[in-house]
Write a protein that binds this ligand. Structure first.
Ligand code: ATP
Length: 580
């Protein structure tokens, strides 16, 4: 298959902003592909060669890519540098220059998908002292045979900038459209949620139809999307939702870990599917020791512990996320794993079993030790019992409690009222904190002149797959953070408003939604300028945050699709207005 066919589809998708239209472009294209090619195309559409959790990155530096572009286009590097300062995206620069190329090189031949994948794999695996030169060589070899559009996407893929605006939800829609019906969509989505492998789901569906997708099961080595909680502001409301009785657990303030144990090894994944095994070698070893099953997948929260055995706040456990000096960090920052769920036990998929049964299985399957424990849990049937349990949680420095429906399955990848979080913050402020994606920046004035002074922040609408603005954020930044903003954000600069962003405000620069920051606010109010939940409460008004403030926490454990959703903001707004 020619790579130009795929690049043309990416181009059409990028020019489209409607999800329905994107779905139909993908769906028509998917139908023309054999299962194996479909799998590869699905990964490429996300800028990858493998599913996210493999962790392998093409990661070519912009400068390196620009040198290849200079070499192939014959343009002096100094001129390319100027363009780079203006454009910020090597893909656009390559496209512009390649349009001016009279003809492709003398010996060029049409670029095939196979060749693209072969060279990209070589780039991914290049190692050693001359790895940069090798990467340049493999990329140049592809660019030599590329037309402008092909070059644009090659440069974006190798620099990690491949955002055509089609998230995983659009691809799932397209898969259902191409190989099933609307009714099959939930089964296809569940298969993705329990495998986190969009390419594998696509290939299975194209090869064996919806029935084979329904047979897909959780497996050691394939992370499962985490189940998430809704929030409510009081114990009586929680009990009301739970039918009068539920399990309550302490809500620990650490890092969520999904542990995959099997085949003599243990892998620890973050909720964002990063492999954190080397950050918590002590926990991995202890889990392996305590596990009585051949194979298991469990979840728990890793919490930093003080010298006196008390729990320390979240910031302390982040020392374990360093790249270097891990041996020392293991010694300096002891952690404990509080296990709260089991998703696979000895070949048995536990995700469809009720919580009560899973909890018993968890306790049966693991021995306990100082490092590996179960979360503190109590069955609660009255508001008094719930309040008392909540106070006990706060007394040991937990954030609050997690209420869990005793009869509920593990709904991978979904947020609902089967789990409800109740935090101390909810009593003090009207709202919980928000995790928002940075979509734009405004230059500052006075002391902040010429630098980013405020950011345009957005929530994610998981229905439409779009980002909608909720506030302009200019408070809570210290000088060091502001100085570091270009480094953090400029890799995601976008020439124009990204096609997935809905905004009425016009910032000085736009970013592809990537970086997530934690923000608190005095309240949620109706807003004439923000696009979140536009028209849901009042015609022509959206929802915005009043007096938003950055908490200092960059949520690098969350991707943009995992930030606070529009429906959460809407339910927090309703919770807040009811309170008043
Ligand atoms: P969310 O995970 O809901 O997107 P968040 O990352 O901002 O939000 P919180 O709102 O503070 O985190 O609460 C949810 C998180 O609490 C879970 O993802 C998990 O990491 C953590 N947690 C702590 N204790 C428990 C527990 N007993 N059961 C489930 N999760 C727990």
């Amino acid at each position: 298959m020619l790579y130009s066919e795929i690049a043309d589809v990416f181009d059409r998708l990028e020019r489209t902003s409607g999800r329905l239209e994107m779905t139909s472009i993908f769906s028509e294209f998917f139908k023309t592909l054999d299962p194996d090619t479909l799998r590869k195309v699905v990964y490429l559409s996300q800028g990858k060669l493998h599913p996210d959790f493999c962790g392998a990155e093409l990661g070519m530096a912009d400068r390196l890519v620009l040198r290849s572009v200079a070499f192939i286009s014959g343009m002096p590097e100094s001129r390319i540098d100027e363009l780079w300062k203006k454009e910020g995206d090597p893909g656009t620069i390559a496209e512009t220059l390649f349009k001016k190329r009279k003809q492709a090189a003398l010996f060029s031949e049409p670029l095939t998908l196979d060749k693209v994948l072969r060279n990209l794999t070589l780039i991914e695996n290049a190692e050693g002292r001359d790895s940069q030169d090798k990467k340049m060589k493999y990329l140049s070899n592809l660019l030599m045979d590329s037309g402008p559009t092909e070059a644009r996407y090659l440069c974006r893929i190798v620099t990690g900038r491949m955002r055509i605006g089609a998230g995983s939800m659009t691809i799932l829609d397209a898969l259902a459209d191409a190989f099933g019906t609307k009714e099959d969509r939930p089964d296809i989505e569940r298969a993705f949620n329990i495998t986190c492998d969009l390419g594998l789901v696509a290939e299975t569906l194209a090869a064996g139809g919806v029935d084979s997708v329904k047979r897909m099961k959780v497996a050691v080595g394939s992370p499962i999307k985490v189940m998430l909680a809704e929030r409510l502001p009081s114990v009586p409301l929680i009990l009301g939702r739970m039918g009068g009785r539920c399990a309550m657990e302490f809500k620990y303030d650490g890092i969520r870990i999904q542990a995959h144990i099997g085949g003599g090894s243990v892998k620890l994944y973050s909720r964002r599917l990063e492999d954190l095994t080397s950050n918590f070698p002590d926990i991995a070893a202890e889990l392996r020791k305590q596990c009585r099953a051949e194979e298991a997948i469990i979840e728990g929260e890793c919490v930093a512990m003080g010298p006196d055995g008390s729990m320390l706040p979240f910031q302390n456990v982040t020392h374990r996320r360093k790249k270097h000096g891990m041996d020392q960090a293991v010694e300096d920052y002891p952690v404990r794993m509080f296990m709260f769920d089991i998703l696979l036990a000895d070949g048995e998929d536990m995700t469809l079993r009720p919580f009560e049964e899973r909890r018993l299985k968890l306790a049966e399957t693991f021995g306990l030790s100082e490092k590996v424990q179960l979360t503190t849990l109590e069955i609660v049937g009255t508001p008094e019992e719930g309040e008392e349990f909540f106070s006990r949680a706060l007394a040991v420095k937990c954030e609050g409690v997690m209420a869990k429906s005793l009869s509920s399955e593990y709904r991978a990848g979904s947020r609902g009222f089967l789990w409800i979080k109740y935090k101390k913050d909810y009593e003090e402020a009207l709202t919980d904190s928000f995790d928002l994606a940075v979509v734009g920046a405004f230059y500052g004035r006075g002391k902040r002149a010429g630098k980013y002074g405020a950011l345009l922040m957005a929530v994610f609408d998981d229905e439409s797959g779009r980002y909608c603005t909720v506030c302009k954020l200019g408070t809570g930044f210290d000088d060091a953070f502001l100085a570091g903003l270009p480094d953090m954000l400029d890799g995601y600069l976008s020439e124009a408003r990204p096609s997935t962003v809905d905004a009425e405000m016009a910032p000085d620069v736009w970013f592809l939604p990537t970086v997530v920051l934690e923000v608190v606010a005095a309240e949620i109010s109706l807003s004439p300028v923000h696009t979140a939940a536009k028209g849901a409460v009042k015609e022509d008004a959206g929802l915005g945050l009043r007096f938003p403030r950055f908490t200092g926490r960059v949520r690098d454990d969350k991707g943009p699709e995992e930030c606070t959703t529009m429906s959460e903001v809407l339910s927090m707004y309703r919770m807040q207005t009811q309170d008043k």
